[in-house]
Design a protein around this ligand. Structure first.
Ligand code: SF4
Length: 290
């Protein structure tokens, strides 16, 4: 087998994103990580949500499912359970994941099926031209709320921790090296892994800019006193100002994925299993669809 290269993961698709969009950084870090790990494109499934971020599947040469709004996680979990040999990456934005898809996020976190969930969090709805999203700050002035956002923001990191997620990290799209490390950690982690990426929308969000993050972010990976293997400590730390923390927040060293915890759950892909169906059984099965 030839070594996997970046070229293997590139597509001919012209980018739809605005120049300078943070999502470019997420795409680059993800492709770099897949190449670094030597994972072949046909082993990867991207399940992309609706939003600017959902375009990412068009730019990565792998299997790609572009699902309806908010349903990245249930679709990705289904793929993973049907074929545990695949690397299944659910990728979407904060609107897709923390508004209409919120319920799925909580249950995916506590269920611990081995899907890797990457959210490109720009604190705004970019595709629909600048409405406040679930992670927009209270009082943040955006097009749809010129007098300021009236709703308190969702805090995805602390939410994931309290829901029972076994791997929680936050990256910044401009810090490629760290983001690639976090994504690699997520891929290697046995179980559900959540990486929230602060990914500036240069067109509609004039608050959470690259400069703002560069001046204010606190990197937990560089903090010698921080231990990412204690859930309570992690929660206490991020509750201070989770929107400004990057790095590995929490990893459960004893994580066991759901699919391994289910007694007798076969390891081989559903498609590869020998499931002979006699004529009578088939007719009975078809009865159910009449
Ligand atoms: Fe990126 Fe914002 Fe442009 Fe969407 S609108 S592509 S999030 S910069």
């Amino acid at each position: 087998m030839d070594p996997v290269t970046l070229q293997d993961y590139r597509t001919q698709e012209k980018s739809w994103w605005c120049p300078g969009c943070g999502d470019f950084g997420v795409l680059a870090a993800l492709q770099k990580t897949l190449v670094g790990l030597g994972i072949e494109p046909h082993r990867v499934v991207i399940v992309a949500g609706i939003g600017c971020s959902g375009k990412i599947g068009n730019y990565i040469n792998s299997y790609n499912i572009h699902v309806v709004h908010g349903r990245t996680l249930p679709s990705a979990l289904g793929v993973k359970l049907a074929n545990r040999e695949l690397l299944v990456l659910a990728v979407g934005g904060d609107g897709d994941g923390f508004a209409i898809g919120m319920n799925h996020f909580i249950h995916a976190a506590r269920r611990n099926i081995g899907v890797k969930y990457i959210v490109m969090d720009n604190h705004i709805y970019g595709l629909t031209k600048g409405q406040n999203s679930p992670t927009s700050e209270l009082g943040q002035k955006v097009k749809a709320a010129p007098a300021g956002n009236l709703e308190a923001p969702v805090r995805p990191i602390s939410l994931a921790l309290t829901a029972g997620a076994t791997f929680v990290a936050q990256g910044f799209s401009s810090n490629q090296a760290q983001l690639a490390r976090l994504i690699e950690g997520a891929i290697r982690h046995p179980g559900f892994a959540f990486v929230n990426v602060l990914s500036p929308c240069v067109t509609y969000n004039r608050i959470n800019t690259y400069d703002y993050y560069k001046e204010t972010l606190h990197d937990l990976d560089q903090d010698p006193d921080y231990r990412p293997d204690r859930r309570g400590e992690a929660l206490a730390k991020v509750m201070e100002r989770e929107e400004l923390v990057t790095g590995l927040v929490y990893r459960d060293p004893d994580s066991v994925p759901y699919e391994e915890a289910v007694p007798g759950f076969p390891k081989e892909p559903l498609a590869g299993r020998d499931m002979p169906l006699g004529g009578e059984q088939f007719a009975k099965l078809m009865e159910g669809y009449r």
